[in-house]
Design a protein around this ligand. Structure first.
Ligand SMILES: Nc1nc2c(c(=O)[nH]1)N[C@H]1C(S)=C(S)[C@@H](COP(=O)(O)OP(=O)(O)OC[C@H]3O[C@@H](n4cnc5c(N)ncnc54)[C@H](O)[C@@H]3O)O[C@H]1N2
Ligand code: MOO
Length: 397
């Protein structure tokens, strides 16, 4: 932050992010087996009546209700209708036909008597209780009519929705395509995990951090590139990224030193590079390049991870129909000091139902400390000192 420059609050920066992370949603058609958790792109109407045909709700006898108005009624059993393909013959007046649950109710029949409510004597069904018309008969279209809306647009598909689609004979569904994200980590010092590091190299933790956080938030990763501090190399990676993705996320190279490749390339292209009132994750940059939002996070791994959690994951989760991360008030088990004028996100662990303990220090290189924590302790900008027993807001990781 230059002297005199406004330092945006976390909420202001989150609002800016939200205004940038607006995507034209593409759609795709997926098989029901692939559709769990996806969001319907448009309303789905049923191509058929549900139930598809008039069928029995019970194992028993299909009859005419008028034939058993006077009881006991004695109706000769003229056959059997299992739940099988085919249209049964109409039921003649004064007769009963054995019928199974789900089987087609024959024309002429208008009620079903459960088997346990009948006795059979010499091929004759003896029925002691009259039945009203329609009893234990599931009418065609009584659930839904062909052409009626089965699911509205923007339904997050759960198993009950998929079951209804399948019941209507629908094999695939048009859903919103995931937001496509490109990730670029920058820094001449970065080495891929798995190789022997040269002196001065660090392993790239941010690529997998961003890629996995974005995936967990329901978006898809189309590019993950690791580039050095060279301008042309970064420009080339950026061009490929804006070409293939709806959103580009970079890490590193945005603070005040030399070799800040992201800042140096993006600032002349109109990027806003700023320091927000948050720790970790102070330095932040945003740009729109070729119509694609480019969000740049600071290189320190904890800063990057917390920035993704605070600014990108909430929007992506919302777009993917996933629930927001849980916020909860918890009681501190220790005293805590905070930095005045910065919203501090300390790493913590839940203790019991409503307690919380601090894990490790506040510095933004402490990756093991972040891995050992299961929530962030969200300390407001104005707070400098908290005491054991004070209540704090926490954000589940
Ligand atoms: N004079 C100032 N120096 C710094 C300031 C400042 O305000 N004035 N801010 C500090 C803060 S806070 C942060 S955060 C960092 C942000 O710096 P950059 O975004 O330019 O990030 P780098 O310098 O490229 O890297 C910082 C740090 O993180 C390591 N790193 C980078 N990328 C990765 C990665 N993919 N995986 C693991 N570690 C990574 C890098 O090696 C550095 O140690 O600036 C401070 N400086
Ligand atoms: O704000 Mo930096 O992101 O803490 O180390």
């Amino acid at each position: 932050m230059r002297i005199g420059q406004h330092r945006p609050s976390v909420d202001e920066h989150a609002a800016l992010m939200r205004s940038l992370l607006v995507f034209e949603r593409r759609t795709e058609t997926v098989a029901l087996d692939e559709a769990l958790g996806r969001i319907t792109a448009r309303a789905v109407t049923s191509p058929v009546d549900l139930p598809l045909f008039r069928n029995s709700q019970m194992d028993g006898f299909a009859v005419r209700a008028s034939d058993i108005a006077a009881v006991p009624a004695k109706l000769p059993i003229v056959g059997e209708i299992p739940a099988r393909p085919g249209q049964p013959a109409p039921l003649a007046p004064g007769t009963a036909v054995r019928i199974m649950t789900g089987a087609v109710v024959p024309d002429g029949a208008d009620a079903v008597v459960p088997v346990e409510d009948t006795t059979v004597v010499d091929g004759v069904a003896v029925i002691e209780t009259p039945r009203v018309v329609g009893e234990y008969v599931r009418d065609r279209g009584s659930d839904l009519r062909a052409g009626d809306e089965l699911l509205p647009a923007a339904t997050v598909l759960r198993s009950r929705h998929l079951a209804a689609l399948a019941a209507a004979g629908i094999a695939s569904v048009e859903v919103l395509a995931p937001v496509r994200v490109a990730v670029i980590t920058t820094g001449a010092e970065l080495a891929a995990p798995g190789v022997d590091p040269q002196p001065g190299q660090v392993y790239d933790a941010n690529a997998i951090a961003i890629v996995s956080a974005v995936r967990a938030a329901g978006a898809s990763v189309v590019i993950s590139a690791r580039v050095t501090d060279d301008h042309d190399t970064f420009r080339a990676a950026l061009a490929a990224a804006t070409d293939a993705a709806d959103l580009v996320i970079t890490s590193g190279g945005i603070s005040m030193g030399d070799y800040e490749v992201v800042r140096e390339v993006l600032e002349p292209l109109g990027a806003t590079v700023t320091t927000i009132a948050m720790q970790p994750g102070g330095p932040q940059a945003t740009a729109v390049i070729d119509g694609v939002p480019v969000i740049s996070f600071p290189g320190n791994p904890v800063s990057t991870q917390i920035s993704v959690e605070m600014f990108v994951a909430p929007v992506l989760r919302e777009l993917a129909g996933l629930p927001a991360a849980r916020r909860q008030s918890r009681v501190l088990d220790t005293d805590v000091r905070s930095v005045p004028g910065k919203r501090q996100l300390l790493r913590g662990r839940a203790v019991g139902e409503d307690g919380v303990t601090v894990v490790g220090g506040p510095s933004s290189h402490l990756v093991a400390g972040l891995a050992a924590s299961d929530l962030l302790i969200d300390i407001p900008e104005a707070t400098v000192q908290l005491r054991k027993g004070d209540t704090v807001e926490t954000l589940a990781l």
